[in-house]
Design a protein around this ligand. Structure first.
Ligand code: FES
Length: 294
């Protein structure tokens, strides 16, 4: 972290440059800006957020990473004392403590940032098309019973814009997961790259690429539930069902997942079976709860 220079070498600048727009840089910028400093937050990539913005959960509480970082991203973008300088790198630094001069190289964005609203219309009108790698013929052969399920779903959504999500949701609902051969078939039918489909399927918790049990047991590992012993509850549940977190019982009855906050922290520790929430759950309550789903 270095202070920006002014012409007068003796004067203290009162402005600060923070280098790196990850969670540490963002929090430092917010703290400095709140203390009355003018902050220049320099980030090499086109957007701030860093690695944390790509994480699903954070150790050790399994809190949702985006839930933690999103309010800070917005605060950073809106703070009048913070100037974001993204897509840029530091190429020179001279001066001394209290009075630095920096040289920054800013790469072009090929859009006018003052006008861009992030609507995405430019990507739809872009004349350059992406190469779609053909799916192997052998991968397209799905069983007749699968085609009877998938073809009507594709026919229903194929013509609409953004058809992939509703197609995946319906397939996931029918099979309780997304079979890989069906996804290859969907990719070919919708003219999409299979890797894009996997990217979406792996990003959303609602989708699974592995077969799942008939009932989903979610053990809340949010902060409140965790301090109330949710980790021991999860361990006990896994022992009882002879599986592991994320696993499915052999009889395909239950899939166990750890969840983030279920929205009922006053009932911690909480678990949810399908859509039903159980609060203040003790280890001894588990057999009775599971019996309801036999
Ligand atoms: S932390 Fe478990 S319900 Fe909120």
């Amino acid at each position: 972290m270095d202070q920006m220079g002014r012409e007068d070498k003796k004067a203290k600048s009162g402005a600060v440059m923070v280098i790196g727009g990850g969670i540490a840089g963002i929090q430092s910028s917010l703290d400095l800006a709140e203390s009355g400093f003018k902050v220049y937050l320099l980030e090499e990539t086109p957007a701030i957020g860093g690695t944390m913005a790509q994480l699903d959960k954070t150790f050790p509480t399994n809190d949702c990473a985006m839930c933690v970082i999103s309010p800070k991203l917005v605060a950073c973008g809106r703070h009048l004392n913070i100037d974001l300088i993204t897509n840029s790198e530091l190429i020179g630094l001279t001066g001394e403590a209290g009075n630095f001069k920096v040289r920054v190289k800013q790469r072009p964005r090929y859009i006018d940032p003052a006008k861009c609203t992030g609507c995405g219309a430019c990507t739809q009108n872009c004349p350059v098309t992406r190469v779609v790698y053909p799916v192997e013929k052998s991968e397209l052969e799905i069983e007749r019973k699968d085609r009877e399920i998938v073809d009507p779903i594709l026919a229903k959504h194929k013509e609409q814009r953004g058809s992939l999500m509703p197609v995946l949701q319906e397939i996931n609902k029918r099979y309780n997961y997304l079979p890989k051969d069906v996804l290859s078939y969907v990719a070919a039918e919708l003219g999409l790259n299979i890797s894009d489909i996997y990217g979406i399927a792996k990003f959303y918790n609602a989708f699974s690429l592995e077969p799942r049990g008939r009932h989903k047991v979610s053990v809340c590992m949010g902060t409140t539930c965790y301090v109330k012993g949710a980790d021991k509850l999860l361990q006990r549940l896994c022992e009882q069902l002879d599986t592991t977190p994320g696993g499915t019982t052999e009889d395909m009855r239950f899939t166990i997942e750890s969840a983030r906050c279920l929205g009922c922290c006053s009932l911690a520790p909480a678990i949810m079976v399908d859509d039903k929430v159980y609060g203040r759950v003790k280890n001894s309550d588990l057999p009775k709860i599971l019996k309801d789903y036999e």
